[in-house]
Design a protein around this ligand. Structure first.
Ligand code: IPM
Ligand code: MG
Length: 358
């Protein structure tokens, strides 16, 4: 029996609801498969903990996570705590020390879900966005001086290193190579950001020489929003900086029908440290406790986690169940225009997994 040690960090708001749903489904898959089990440890790291103790997680939190094979994360953020404290106190406090430098965001229009683009019926939109997850605009460099004075100044410095850009570029080219179309689009803003982004273009060209079978092109991030909207079928794998890909992945999720189905993986591709898997959506306090959060993003996220853990048949079974469930519009939650509950969607998933004889 293969045992995978999972750290579950549900966090805040609907993160708690969707992680619970995700774990139910994961346990059902393990039981169905018979070859592996998940040993789950629960962590209460959250805004609640911050209010009680002054810290979102213990000082050695990231180190505690090193003992696990993977991390399943919900969401973090609350209306009464500034978002930059939450982000730097928990999510980035895990991603950065564990060097989860490749953030992977697949997007496609799942069966039964309607893209807001009238010319898209499904197959025309099938992308993976690779987000540089360790530096760029989220490097944490900058500061504030002269508070309150007329000459008060605030800076956020974007940082691009040759090592950081090269490793994400190699990751993106390899991922593009593993997909049928072998097509990569490198996104920058190298007309206006004339140092770091020019380094990106230069390193892309260098790395491309090692991937002669991958076709690649370059886009400026503003024009990229137009191409994603008007010519979605012309794209496949996409690589962009931390902030650019953050923005593009929200657009991608919306074009695929709902942020409620969008998954993400924060990977350390070398597997020196555990990787972290999370739905893209946030804590959604407006719907917390109502039982209507869409758990599909977490199910898809869980499939990415199983794949990373080497449980490919279970990951495929999970995605097949997701597609069967989204195809039934009576199982759509309000973000998809329906009225189904988290419970109903989860129960349908469990029934599909248990009844699947393939
Ligand atoms: C994301 C989110 C986060 C980010 C927020 C919650 C800080 O938008 O994962 O895309 O910007 O990294
Ligand atoms: Mg985002």
């Amino acid at each position: 029996m293969r045992t995978h040690r999972i750290a579950a960090i549900p966090g805040d708001g609907i993160g708690v609801e969707v992680v619970a749903a995700g774990l139910e489904v994961l346990h059902a898959l393990a039981a169905r498969d018979g070859g592996f089990e998940l040993e789950v440890s629960h962590f209460d790291w959250s805004t609640d903990r911050y209010r009680r103790t002054g810290a979102f997680m213990p000082a050695d939190g990231a180190d505690q996570l090193r003992a696990f094979d993977a991390i399943l994360f919900g969401a973090v953020g609350a209306p009464d705590v500034p978002d930059h404290l939450t982000l730097w106190g928990l999510r980035l406090a895990i991603c950065q020390p564990l060097d989860q430098y490749a953030n992977v965001r697949p997007t496609r229009v799942l069966p039964g879900i309607q893209s807001p683009l009238r010319h898209v019926n499904g197959g025309e939109l099938d992308w993976v966005i690779v987000r540089e997850n360790s530096e760029g605009e989220y490097a944490g460099q900058g500061g504030r001086s002269h508070p309150g004075l007329p000459l008060e100044v605030a800076t956020d410095v974007s940082v691009y290193t040759r090592a950081g850009v090269e490793r994400i570029m190699r990751f993106a080219f390899s991922l593009a190579r593993s997909r049928p179309r072998k097509l990569l689009t490198v996104v920058t803003k190298s007309n206006a950001q004339r140092h770091g982004m020019v380094l990106w273009d230069q390193i892309a060209a260098e790395v491309a020489a090692d991937f002669p079978d991958v076709s690649w092109d370059k886009m400026l991030v503003d024009a990229m929003t137009v191409r994603m909207t008007m010519k979605p079928a012309s794209l496949d794998t996409i690589v962009a900086t931390n902030l650019h890909a953050d923005i593009l992945s929200d657009l991608a999720a919306a074009l695929a029908g709902s942020i409620g189905v969008a998954p993400t993986a924060n990977l350390n591709p070398e597997r020196d440290t555990p990787s972290m898997f999370e739905p893209i959506h946030g804590s959604a306090f407006d719907i917390t406790g109502k039982g209507i959060a869409n758990p599909v993003a977490t199910f898809w996220t869980a499939a990415m986690m199983l794949e990373h853990l080497g449980e490919r048949p279970a990951a495929e079974r999970l995605m097949k169940a997701v597609e069967k469930v989204t195809a039934d519009t009576s199982l759509h939650t309000p973000d998809l225009g329906g009225s189904a509950t988290t419970r109903a969607v989860t129960d349908a998933m469990l029934a599909t997994i248990r009844g699947d004889n393939s």
